[in-house]
Design a protein around this ligand. Structure first.
Ligand code: FES
Ligand code: FES
Length: 193
């Protein structure tokens, strides 16, 4: 039986398949893919996860952006075999239990998606930005920082303003929640003799 490090026989006999194992949106997954496939191809055609879009397929548009070990990468330029054993997050993992993610809510409320083709990649870049923001001691939401985080994501429809508005709104909410959490977690005996 083939293990993760061995090539498996393709039932068609036409080529060799690589047994790819990864953590996909928090769940272990194994899929047989041709050794030359990109991560985007493994997601879309091996695993049926079509949220990540195949736009330019050459690193120009950002529609295929996913998080690899928490960092945004272009899945069309990432060899599937290079993510063996690693954590991949796609737009399908953003909403939990049928509840939309705050980014999804904000994009819908503020009209930040029109045709929606760029939206999954935008959201994954925005998600990485929010993760970074929440790690800062004194987080500040700067429009320029959001624009920089989305620098590799192109949109043909919206003119970007509403996308930036939506992400800025979620970032402000994230900071407010963090502050509230910190206040709620303060030692109630602090200052007592
Ligand atoms: S599809 Fe990957 S950058 Fe365009
Ligand atoms: S909403 Fe259409 S490409 Fe961005």
């Amino acid at each position: 039986m083939a293990n993760s490090q061995e090539a498996a026989a393709d039932p068609t006999g036409a080529r060799q398949l690589w047994m790819l194992q990864l953590q996909l949106n928090g769940e272990p997954q194994t899929v047989a893919v041709p050794a030359h496939w990109t991560l985007l191809e493994a997601l879309r055609y091996g695993l049926g996860m079509t949220g990540s879009k195949q736009g330019c397929d050459k690193g120009d548009c950002g529609a295929c952006t996913v998080l690899l070990d928490g960092q945004p990468v272009l899945s069309c330029l990432t060899l599937a075999a290079s993510v063996q054993g690693r954590a991949v997050e796609t737009v399908e993992g953003l909403g939990v239990g049928g509840e939309p993610h705050p980014l999804q809510q904000a994009f819908a409320e503020l009209g930040a998606a029109q045709c929606g083709f760029c939206t999954p990649g935008m959201m994954m870049s925005a998600s990485a930005y929010l993760d970074q923001l929440s790690l800062q001691d004194q987080p500040q939401v700067q429009r320029a920082d959001i624009a920089a985080a989305l620098g590799g994501n192109l949109c043909r429809c919206t003119g970007y303003t509403k996308i930036l508005d939506a992400i800025e709104q979620v970032a402000q909410q994230t900071i407010a929640r963090s502050k509230q959490f910190a206040e709620d977690s303060e030692d109630p005996w602090q200052g007592e003799p």
